[in-house]
Design a protein around this ligand. Structure first.
Ligand code: DAH
Length: 369
């Protein structure tokens, strides 16, 4: 109240004191605005005084005019100063409440925390690699009939190779037939050849089932089948495709491969393929170097009986196929030692071995980067 100028008019002085103390008492801008309205608003106490000047005699006005106007000016000045103080205080309070602790850890968004399972990742990688070579993806049912899983693939009834598959049989249906959980992805070959005319170029990734369980076997696992049928498809093509695949998949410059004769009922000739690796460092396998060999897949020329069973003339068309365990190549590439962990749904395992959901594997952008 130090800037109060007392006039010779006690009533004005009292009013000025009253307004000035209301201004100083206002705790925020809204309260200050109320004081302004009650003093300087249309019907405010000071405005009323100003209006009363009109009714005064010239002599009276000469005295009262400057007094009232002076009062108004001082009130306005006081208000402006108080408004500034309140504004600064409000800003100060806001800054204090909105303080950010920059040392706090950043909280990740859900899309950052979720992880893609290594099997899904590897399926995406396979698909990217083979799509680049012109393959499309074919699928079939997990519950198969005996014809697609065995007979069409040249496993005659009673053939010992059937026993080797540790098949899960379903209870017999109304027709007495026992369906099976498919023991390999090869029945998708059959379904594809039945449904499409050559040329055919497909991969068939999916779940497969066998009654087996240990560190490297689980009752449900994954395979990817490859099938090419054309007039002149031959083993040279197969070798090139598999070599390109191994280089891309293991992300190395070159891989030596070894083709060993083998037997599958649905291919003739049949082979198993080993790839070069280095196992000299404990707990580590490197591909594209070293003197060790590791079996990764089975393959061969599709048996003429299979082509015939699927309605394709073996005198006109020929082709090759291969089958590979997805879980196995995932374990090899990403260094996981126990297959059973794949199916235990342990989030700690998944957050360690899983992949970021927004990093799609592409050949150009990097498969596993
Ligand atoms: N179906 C075979 C298995 O599960 C894998 C396989 C071998 C598939 C050779 C093929 C092939 O297409 O040509 O053991």
């Amino acid at each position: 109240m130090s800037d109060l100028v007392l006039t010779d008019h006690p009533a004005l002085d009292a009013l000025e004191r009253e307004i000035a103390s209301a201004i100083l008492a206002s705790a925020d801008e809204a309260a200050l605005e109320q004081v302004r309205i009650s003093a300087l608003g249309k019907k405010g106490s000071v405005s009323e005084l100003l209006k009363s000047l009109g009714a005064m005699s010239p002599d009276e006005r000469k005295v009262m005019g400057p007094a009232i106007n002076g009062l108004r000016d001082r009130i306005q000045g006081l208000m402006a100063a108080r408004r500034e103080t309140l504004k600064a205080a409000a800003l100060e309070a806001r800054l204090a409440t909105e303080k950010v602790d920059v040392t706090l850890p950043v909280r990740e968004a859900p899309a950052e925390i979720g992880r893609v399972h290594p099997i899904s990742q590897v399926m995406e990688e396979l698909t990217a690699i083979f799509a680049d070579m012109g393959f499309s993806v074919a699928e079939g049912p997990d519950i198969e009939d005996d014809f697609h899983n065995f007979t069409a693939l040249n496993f005659p009834a009673g053939h010992p190779a059937r026993e080797m598959h540790d098949t899960f049989f379903l209870p017999p249906g109304a027709d007495g037939e026992r369906k099976v959980l498919r023991t390999h992805t090869s029945p998708v070959q059959v379904r594809t050849m039945q449904a499409k005319k050559p040329p055919i170029r497909v991969i068939c990734p999916g779940r497969t089932y066998r009654c087996d369980s240990d560190q490297t076997h689980t009752p449900m696992f994954h395979q990817v089948e490859g099938l090419v049928i054309d007039r002149h498809a031959h083993l040279g093509h197969l070798k090139w495709i598999l070599e390109e695949f191994c280089k891309s998949f293991f992300e190395v410059e070159g891989v030596k491969m070894r083709f060993r004769p083998s037997f599958f009922p649905f291919t003739e000739p049949s082979m198993e393929v080993d790839i070069q690796c280095d196992r000299s460092r404990p707990g580590e396998i490197r591909f594209g170097e070293g003197n060790d060999w590791l079996e990764i897949l089975g393959c061969g020329m599709v048996h003429p009986n299979v082509l015939r069973n699927c309605g394709i003339d073996p005198d006109e068309y020929q082709g090759f196929a291969w089958g590979m365990g997805i879980d196995r190549i995932a374990m090899l590439k990403y260094g996981m030692s126990d297959l059973r962990a794949f199916f235990e749904a342990d989030v700690r395992w998944l957050s360690h071995y899983g992949f970021r959901p927004l990093d799609f594997p592409t050949l150009a952008g990097g498969l596993s980067a």
